[in-house]
Ligand binder design. Structure first.
Ligand SMILES: [Fe+2]
Ligand SMILES: [Fe+2]
Length: 438
């Protein structure tokens, strides 16, 4: 096989601006939202312009959450942008996901939320027919999964597991049987085959293993099924995070999941990926280009990061809402104290470089950096030490929570999971890497 390079862009969450994105309800909603809405069309257009100009790479793959919330007008406008890529000589392959159909589609104006026309699953097939399905060797109409030859001797197994309530987030037995047929056919015809899926197959960071919607529900079984059948690579999205993870099946076969960030929200990256041969994949991370001359006086990256930091703090405050005394106290500490003051309250040592940092600033930065990948707070950093000491202080409570989270006789080690989530201890980068598939 010849090397094959392509762009992987995901979670474009395109919103048609004429549907309205202003007013008090919009401002209120955006306080907790991590990605951009009013700016999404400009971001998508600017990124696609850069991709269209790259003469080395003629393929773009987008694994779902194409629109904000399934607004029909957003899809129609997004399709026009995909068509421009095609007109520039590119091949485009997409799958759709939960945000692409009937997921409370609405606009925003001074009167509040304005309901707008949504999109059904069947309509998605027609809307995106030219961007994957028309080239498909086989389509599973029940889920809108398909397989296509994306380059000479290279096939892509595109799993859509976001279709209906019963199978949401599952690559079930029926879909696996269809996939097995496609994998066998690819092997018979000497093709390399990789997968895409909206949901990460391997949890992107350890704590996401505890979040039901953060990965394919039966992820261990699916990763083993794919690895044992010779599909060693999946490209995913959904969690809006940069991560590269590996998993080994009981038979010792390796499976790699490359998850890419949301295009229109922090960290606002996409990937240029090159499958060099059946064992080696080169991954390069590209930042979203400047999409506006002026982004509130901030650099493009800072503009995205600010949204991530403030929305993380607002979400924590939302969780701490309530009149009960414990929540009132927690709110006061979270919003009013520095790390030095919190350290004194808990009788734990906080490094002097962190003492004057506000608790809210610290929380916002940690949240931002988790999604950026290559999480910097590894053992030996003041941040790691502070979090490790807090976890130790709350050990009795953590023990009780761990017991409650036990499943199939396995008790998660919460402290270790948290520490491996804030610091990348994997030994490779989540952003730029040469990945070995075997
Ligand atoms: Fe998304
Ligand atoms: Fe999603």
């Amino acid at each position: 096989m010849n090397p094959f390079s392509f762009y992987l862009v995901t979670d474009t969450h395109y919103f048609e601006p004429s549907l309205g994105c202003s007013g008090e309800a919009y401002e209120d909603y955006m306080k907790n939202e991590m990605y951009c809405l009013a700016e999404s069309s400009e971001i998508v257009k600017a990124t696609f312009r850069v991709i269209a100009e790259d003469k080395e790479t003629d393929t773009i793959i987008i694994p779902g959450d194409l629109s904000k919330d399934g607004e029909k007008e957003s899809h129609k406008s997004f399709v026009k942008e995909l068509q421009k890529l095609k007109d520039a000589g590119k091949r485009v392959f997409v799958i759709t996901a939960g945000h692409d159909y009937n997921d409370h589609p609405r606009g925003y104006d001074d009167s509040g939320f304005v309901p707008v026309e949504g999109t059904t699953l069947d309509e998605l097939y027609d809307l995106y027919y030219e961007f994957g399905y028309s080239d498909a060797l086989s389509v599973d109409r029940q889920t809108l999964s398909y397989v296509a030859e994306v380059a000479d001797g290279i096939r892509m197994l595109a799993f859509n597991c976001d279709s209906t309530n019963e199978t949401k987030g599952l690559i079930d037995e029926r879909l696996q049987a269809w996939a097995k047929e496609q994998i066998d056919k690819a092997k018979e015809e000497n093709c390399f085959i990789f997968a895409i899926c909206h949901y990460p197959i391997i949890p992107s960071v350890p704590v996401f293993d505890l979040v039901g919607d953060a990965h394919v529900k039966n992820w261990r079984q699916v990763a083993s099924f794919l690895a044992d059948n010779g599909v060693n690579l999946a490209l995913t999205g959904h969690m809006h995070i940069q991560s590269i993870n590996e998993f080994y099946s009981d038979s010792g076969n390796k499976f790699v999941d490359i998850c890419t960030s949301c295009l229109v929200g922090s960290p606002a990256k996409y990937r240029k990926i090159s499958i060099e041969n059946s064992e080696t994949v080169k991954v390069e991370t590209v930042p979203v280009p400047e999409f506006r001359a002026e982004t509130n006086g901030l650099s493009t990256q800072r503009f995205f990061d600010m949204r991530a930091e403030t929305s993380a703090v607002n979400r924590i405050n939302r969780a701490l809402k309530g009149d009960g005394m414990p929540k009132k106290v927690a709110r006061k500490i979270f919003n009013g104290k520095t790390l030095g003051q919190v350290g004194r309250m808990l009788c734990i040592k906080v490094d002097k470089s962190l003492k004057d940092k506000k608790f809210t600033t610290f929380a916002g930065e940690i949240a931002r950096d988790i999604f950026l990948g290559d999480q910097p707070y590894v053992k030996g950093t003041p941040e790691y030490d502070a979090v490790a000491r807090v976890l130790k202080r709350f050990k009795p409570i953590i023990k009780i929570v761990q017991k409650k989270l036990s499943k199939d006789g396995i008790t998660p080690n919460l402290s270790e999971m948290v520490l491996n989530t804030i610091g990348n201890n994997k030994g490779w980068s989540d952003n730029d890497a040469v990945v070995k598939l075997k």
